[in-house]
Structure formats: C-alpha cells, structure tokens
Design a protein around this ligand. Structure first.
Ligand code: NAD
Length: 490
C-alpha cells in the first residue's frame, strides 16, 4: 500500500493520548479502505517515536492514581462500558464491516466476543485476589498479593480489530495497569469509537491510549524503557521477532502468531453436520481467522463423500459486500492480500494439487473494485506442498487423505504451527485419543472453530505462539500482574 502525504481531502484519524484526540507528529499516512468498494474512507497516520513517547508518558502519569482506584471501582467503569457497547452494537457492527469487509452478522459476533472479555474483566475484585497461609513457621504468616506493573502495550492485527484489542486492554486496566494500543493500520476506525465509549464510561485520561502506525511504532514501544510488557498478535514471523526483541529489552511478552489448522474427519461422523461445520470454519470471515480450518484430513472412506459435499456447499456461497443481506462471504481486506491468496492458489496448482473449485476469477457485479477471491477447494494436497504447509489466510481449503488417526496426527505434528485443530467422530474413545496426542492448544471435538470463551485461555503453541501466558481467562490476570509474597511475624 502506498503511503500518502497529508494533502489528500480524506480526513486523517487521530491518536488518543491522555484522554484527548491529538494529531500524529508524523507526515506520512496510509489509506483505510472499504474492501468491498475500494473506496478510501479515512487516512491512518504513521506515528513517530515522539508520539509513542508522549503516549507512554501519559500512561505512566495516569498509573499511580489508577492503581490506587479500588478494583471494585475499576470494575464499575468496565461494567458501564459493557452497557455502552451493547447499546451501540449495531452502529459498531456496521462500521466494522465497512472497514474490514466481513458480513454484519460476523461483525456483531466479533463485538459480542469483545464484550464478553469486558464482562469477564468486571470480575476483577475476585480474579485479582491473592492467597494466604497462616503459620508457615510458628507465628509466621505468608500471603501473595497481585500488583499491576505499570504501562503495557498492545499490537493487534487486522482480522479482528475490535475483539483482539479487547483480549488485552480490559484486563490490563482492570488489574490497575495503564495501556497503549497500536491497532492494525488496515482497519483502525471502529476501535476509535470504542475508546471514546470507554472515556464516556469513566475511564480516566491516560489509562488507555492509542498510537496509530506501522512497525516503527511497534519498535518504539518495544524499545521504550517505561513499557513493562507487550501483548501482540499477528503473523508468525512478526510474532517471533516481537517476542525476541521485547524479551531482549527485558519486558514481559506474549506474542500470538499465524496458523494452519487441520480438521480430521472419521467415517463415523455425521457428514451433513461436518459439512456445515467445515464450510463455516474455512470460509467464515473469508478465511481470515487464526482458527479457520485450512486442511481437511479425511480418514479412509470419509474422504470422498465429505469432499463432494463440501465442494457442493462451497460453490453455493454468495459473495458480496458484508453490508448487504444474503451474503455469505465478504471481500478480502486489500487487493494486496487478495493477490497473495491468488498466488497461493497458482502455486498449489503448479505443485500438483487438483483444483476442484477455483476462486481466483471471482467478481461481484455491484462492486467491481472489491477485493474478491471466491471459495477455493484443492484435492490431493500433500503436507510438503506450499498450500499444505503455509498459512494462506483466505477462503482456500485443501483435502488430504489419511488411513488412520496415527497418519492424521503425523501430519498435524509435521506443521510448524500449533494453533487449533478439530476432530469429527461419534467415538468418544477416538476423540479422547486425539485430544491426548494432538499437541495443539485449541481442540474442537465436533466443533469447527475451537474458539475459547473469555473465561478460558486463548492461544496456540509452537510457531503460533511465543510466550507462556495466553490471552483471556486467568492467564490474562497472571500476565498483567506480578505476584508478590509477604512473609510476616508480629
Ligand atoms: P501482521 O503480522 O501483518 O500485523 C500484525 C501487527 O503487527 C500489526 O499491528 C502490524 O502493524 C504489526 N507489524 C507488521 N509487521 C511488523 C514488523 N515487521 N515488525 C513489527 N510489527 C509489525 O498480521 P495481520 O496481517 O494484521 O494479521 C493476520 C495474521 O495474524 C495472521 O497470520 C493470523 O493468523 C494472525 N492472527 C493470529 C491470532 C492468534 O490468536 N494466534 C489471532 C488473529 C490473527
């Protein structure tokens, strides 16, 4: 995407620092597009290290007062935010679809998942409690208390621009920290409104700040001495690099990466149910989900009937603007990404996989400038092919056959990724064996998208996650607090 100067007539958006909307000190910006129409909606500034310093300074200044705010009062602010988010859900969903492209129902689902994290963080007075043991020695008591660490930063991807920031900052601020968010530069608009609503809910100035930009902002956050920790989500190479650099600069870090998720279908599964679950996993959000299924492993005689059903069902999916009714699949985020997905399809065909359904030529009459790739299905995909190995992040699925659970597990174990996997079977014994041996962090048993709810940890392993504490659940409380131990004798 070409960077632009400020001369354009499309308005730039602002950073949010110390409770105020302020212009970036940078001179460059990027267009934010409606991916269905190709229309430029706003410009996002590429902020500078000076902007980061200003935001971290505001967060640092807000920290002492916010830390002393009783957890129950912090929770009340989040509770008010939950109400405001629900009240504005329809508008937020429409805005999200306009900048991301996903169908409005998917946008609503995403926002709902974000709200659930706010709800969970509202339990902070209980979640943040420590532990005590009397008489660890005669007359000596020992307790742990959880304390916030200061300023945390979040770096988030384009595919869930509302929900993923809310895996992080509601927990960080609930535990008494302050936060600087660097949203995706591709679709940063809807979260601007959420930050505004957080202010309306009573979040004091400086507790939550936003600095827009690209990797330069990320570097400045990683290098800033007053940032205590980093939560980041993105592709695996970026995750690994952020993890290494943030750790080298002495910070806490959790870095979520990409995925290649296998879905294993046994002959004793209900094929109609599997078809719906697989189609929704692979093609939902146009394949731009870290939990999207991307390789279907058919065991023995399950292979052919599942493949036929899925090709049939996928060919009937309707492409269009996520804002229109009767649309199953929206556009991809950008023409650059659509070209990347088309190149993967070219490569799959060149490497010998059989193309059963080809989405490269897809178009939507009403939206000639949209970033369209239609549902794509490959047969005879091998794990060593590029499309069998790499994350495509588009509406593309590959079929591969296995003779047994052992064969399927070998394919899963050969992948560099370890985010999610699913098994479809009516045998409890097979399912148990699968979950015992899969070695993958999020496992669906007769579930196509194994998405943990807010009160469970979310995150992968191997090349899909660098760190130890995941997002959401109790891990979030652990990540954003330090356990301090007090031993007392009176
Ligand atoms: P991306 O890696 O391009 O960008 C993610 C964030 O990192 C953005 O804020 C971006 O500005 C920043 N960034 C990009 N390049 C950077 C660099 N070289 N150095 C420092 N920062 C950099 O990812 P994306 O395209 O926005 O999102 C899609 C990716 O995110 C997919 O790989 C997807 O699997 C992954 N993802 C993972 C999870 C998970 O839970 N594991 C969830 C959602 C998305």
């Amino acid at each position: 995407m070409a960077t632009l100067t400020r001369a354009s007539t499309v308005r730039p958006i602002f950073n949010y620092i110390g409770g105020e909307w302020v212009a970036s000190s940078g001179t460059r910006s990027l267009p934010v597009e409606d991916p269905a129409t190709g229309e430029v909606i706003r410009h996002v500034p590429l902020s500078t290290a000076a902007d980061v310093d200003r935001a971290v300074g505001a967060a640092q200044n807000a920290f002492p007062g916010w830390r002393e705010t009783p957890p129950v009062e912090r929770a009340r602010i989040l509770f008010r935010l939950k109400g405001l988010l629900e009240q504005h859900l329809d508008d937020l969903a429409e805005n999200l679809t306009r900048e991301h492209g996903k169908a409005v129902a998917e946008s609503r689902g995403e926002i709902r998942r974000g709200i659930e994290n706010v709800e969970h963080a509202c339990g902070i007075p209980t979640l943040m409690m420590g532990t005590t043991l009397e008489d660890v020695a005669p007359g000596v008591d020992c307790e742990t208390i959880r304390q916030p660490l200061g300023v945390f930063a979040g770096i988030t991807p384009y595919n869930f621009p509302v929900m993923i920031p809310m895996w992080f900052w509601p927990y960080a601020v609930a535990t008494g920290n302050t936060f600087v968010l660097k949203p995706s530069e591709q679709d940063p608009l809807t979260h601007q409104r959420i930050v505004e609503l957080a202010g309306e809910a009573g979040l004091p100035p400086g507790v939550l700040n936003v600095v827009h930009g690209d990797r330069d902002v990320v570097s400045a956050l990683i290098e800033h001495p007053d940032v205590a920790g980093i939560s980041s989500v993105g592709s695996s190479d970026v995750a690994r690099s952020i993890y290494a650099k943030a750790a080298a600069s002495g910070k806490r870090v959790q870095a979520f990466g990409g995925a290649k998720n296998h879905m294993v279908v046994f002959p004793d599964a209900d094929y109609d149910y599997v078809t719906e679950a697989v189609v929704s996993s692979v093609f939902g959000s146009t394949g731009q989900r870290c939990l999207a299924g991307s390789v279907v492993v058919g065991i023995g005689e399950a292979y052919a009937p599942i493949r036929e059903r899925i090709v049939d069902r996928a060919s009937a999916l309707r492409l269009g603007s996520g804002l229109d009714s009767d649309v199953d699949m929206g556009p991809l985020i950008s023409e650059k990404h659509a070209n990347r997905v088309r190149e993967f399809i070219d490569q799959g065909a060149a490497e010998g996989a059989k193309l059963l359904l080809d989405g490269r030529g897809a178009s939507v009459k009403a939206y000639p400038r949209g970033h369209w790739v239609g549902p794509t299905v490959f047969d005879e995909v091998r794990p060593d092919m590029t499309i069998g190995r790499e994350e495509i992040f588009g509406p593309v699925v590959g079929f591969t056959q296995a003779r047994s659970l052992d064969d399927a597990l070998a394919m899963i174990h050969a992948s560099r990724y370890g985010n999610a996997t699913s098994i479809f079977t009516s045998s409890g014994r097979t399912a148990r064996e699968f979950r015992y041996r899969a070695g993958i962090s999020m496992i669906g048993v007769n579930i196509g998208v194994a998405a943990p709810m807010a009160f469970f940890p979310f995150g992968g392993s191997r090349g899909s996650f660098y760190g130890d504490l995941k997002a959401q659940g109790h891990d979030a409380i652990e990540f954003y607090t330090d356990k301090r131990v007090v031993i007392s004798r009176w």
